[in-house]
Design a binder for this molecule. Structure first.
Ligand SMILES: CC(=O)N[C@H]1[C@@H](OP(=O)(O)OP(=O)(O)OC[C@H]2O[C@@H](n3ccc(=O)[nH]c3=O)[C@H](O)[C@@H]2O)O[C@H](CO)[C@@H](O)[C@@H]1O
Ligand SMILES: C=C(OP(=O)(O)O)C(=O)O
Length: 431
């Protein structure tokens, strides 16, 4: 099994190309099930989750082709163009064996139900960061007229005769996944759907823009109220996946931690204002460039900053672990409160192995900055937790060896290459 070896101590200098967003690419790929035409997605990141979803969509009957080899693009980044064609849905069941491997695959529920009138989808189950309930998906789709039963670990959903019917539904809690699913289902429902308390994440806007390019009638994405006027069918389209704001924030925090001067290319500061503001307050300078941002910290220490995770535009839960990594070296005491997932603190134990001083009280971590970290063997426990260990490893004295790297490969494309080109000593060790 692969491991990542980091030798700490080098500042970062150079440029890092930011990939297309995993959390946008996955729902966009799933949206291809809504049409019998071809949906072409550009800037698709090469990640384990994307490859797994390609297999899952294939199971439903999608024909998928990746444009030759990776295209070399502006700013020395690599991106893939992938074509998805689901002429016929050959299977409306998403089995446990596939859904359990990747939680986002549960979202096929929306398109399958809207297009085929029925779907049988395995419940996603919990994962390392907390439980993953589905009550909001069920309520939202039920509001559109679906009859939903849970049986043997599966959701059996059926549309009324004649298909789903538009309705007004207000989510009692913000959910990115349920907003994706209800919005996709509503595109093919009869009449108008109004989704209240919708998630405002940029990935929801990206999905809405793609659906609009496919012929859907959607307004309000990016606000708390999304209105969808149903159409009878959707066509193909060509859409570019938006930049990964979590990858952007992660590398910005890596520079803030290690010091140096790095341009993050093919990204957009406006996607992560709250996180960038926290990194600035921690002591890094951040300025926009033509097609990205420049992050630098030359001298000056890391200051303690408190953050609370929240739905967008709040501080993202997907950057919480990385920010904790950064705070381990601050000059004082900081507090990080996680409000989205009840168990997203698995990295605390591993950061402690590097010498971090962190205590937990309920959903809040208290981090007492230490003057030095020391390399050690550590274990990746989930996707973002694993990269927080890499960030800490960049300044830890000696060697940090991160095992269970498959978590990292779910969401960070060519991480070791991107950091190495900026002067870090990071290598993948295969055994
Ligand atoms: C609001 C938020 O920050 N969502 C994050 C969540 O999206 P993801 O779509 O995975 O999760 P949701 O946004 O649906 O979950 C938000 C909250 O709602 C709860 N919930 C969700 C669905 C449901 O039916 N019932 C219910 O109670 C969840 O337990 C959670 O506490 O994880 C992703 C991966 O880490 C992040 O990229 C998203 O930013
Ligand atoms: C935890 C994540 O993904 P997932 O919700 O697919 O597990 C993530 O993107 O940080």
């Amino acid at each position: 099994m692969d491991r990542i070896r980091i030798r700490g101590g080098n500042a970062l200098h150079g440029s890092i190309p930011i990939s297309g967003a995993k959390n946008a690419a996955l729902p966009l790929m799933i949206a291809s099930l809504l049409t019998d035409d071809t949906l072409t997605l550009e800037n698709v990141p090469h990640l384990a989750d994307v490859e797994q979803l390609i297999r899952i969509l294939g199971n439903h009957g999608a024909d998928i082709s990746v444009n030759g080899r990776r295209e070399r693009q502006q700013g020395d980044s690599y991106a893939r163009t992938v074509h998805f064609t689901s002429r016929n849905i050959v299977d409306t069941t998403a089995p446990y064996e596939l859904v359990s491997k990747m939680r986002a695959s549960f979202w096929v529920l929306g398109p399958l139900l809207a297009r085929e009138g029925k779907a049988r989808v395995s419940l996603p189950g919990g994962c390392a960061i907390g439980t993953r309930p589905v009550d909001l998906f069920i309520e939202g789709l039920t509001a559109l007229g679906a009859n939903i039963e849970i049986d043997g670990g599966y959701i059996n959903a059926e549309a009324p005769p004649g298909g789903l019917v538009g309705a007004r539904y207000v989510f009692p809690k913000v959910s990115v996944g349920a907003t994706h699913v209800v919005m996709m289902a509503a595109t093919l429902a009869k009449g108008t759907t109004v989704i209240g308390n919708a998630a405002r994440e940029p990935e929801v806007v990206d999905l809405a823009n793609c659906l609009i390019a496919m012929g859907a009638k959607i307004t309000g994405a990016g606000t708390s109220t999304i209105t969808v006027e149903g159409v009878t069918s959707l066509s193909g389209a060509r859409h570019r996946v938006l930049p990964d704001r979590i990858e952007t924030g992660t590398y910005a925090m890596a520079v803030a931690m290690a010091g140096g001067d790095v341009v993050l290319e093919n990204t957009d500061a406006a996607l992560l204002d709250t996180a960038l503001e926290a990194i600035r307050r921690a002591g890094a300078e951040i300025t926009p460039t033509n097609n990205g941002i420049r992050v630098y910290r030359n001298g000056g220490g890391i200051k303690p900053v408190d953050v609370v995770t929240d739905p967008y535009p709040g501080f993202p839960t997907d950057l919480q672990a990385q920010f904790m990594g950064l705070m381990t070296r601050s000059s004082g005491v900081s507090h990080i409160t996680e409000t989205i997932f009840e168990n997203r603190f698995m990295h605390v134990q591993e950061l402690a192995r590097l010498g971090a001083k962190i205590s937990l009280s309920g959903q809040t971590a208290k981090i007492e900055g230490v003057p030095r970290l020391k390399g050690a063997p550590v274990m990746a426990t989930d996707l973002r937790a694993s990269v927080s260990l890499v960030i800490a490893g960049l300044v830890a004295e000696g060697e940090t060896m991160v095992s269970r790297v498959y978590h990292l490969d779910r969401g960070f494309e060519r991480l070791e290459e991107k950091l190495t080109r900026c002067g870090a000593e990071v290598e993948r060790v295969s055994e």
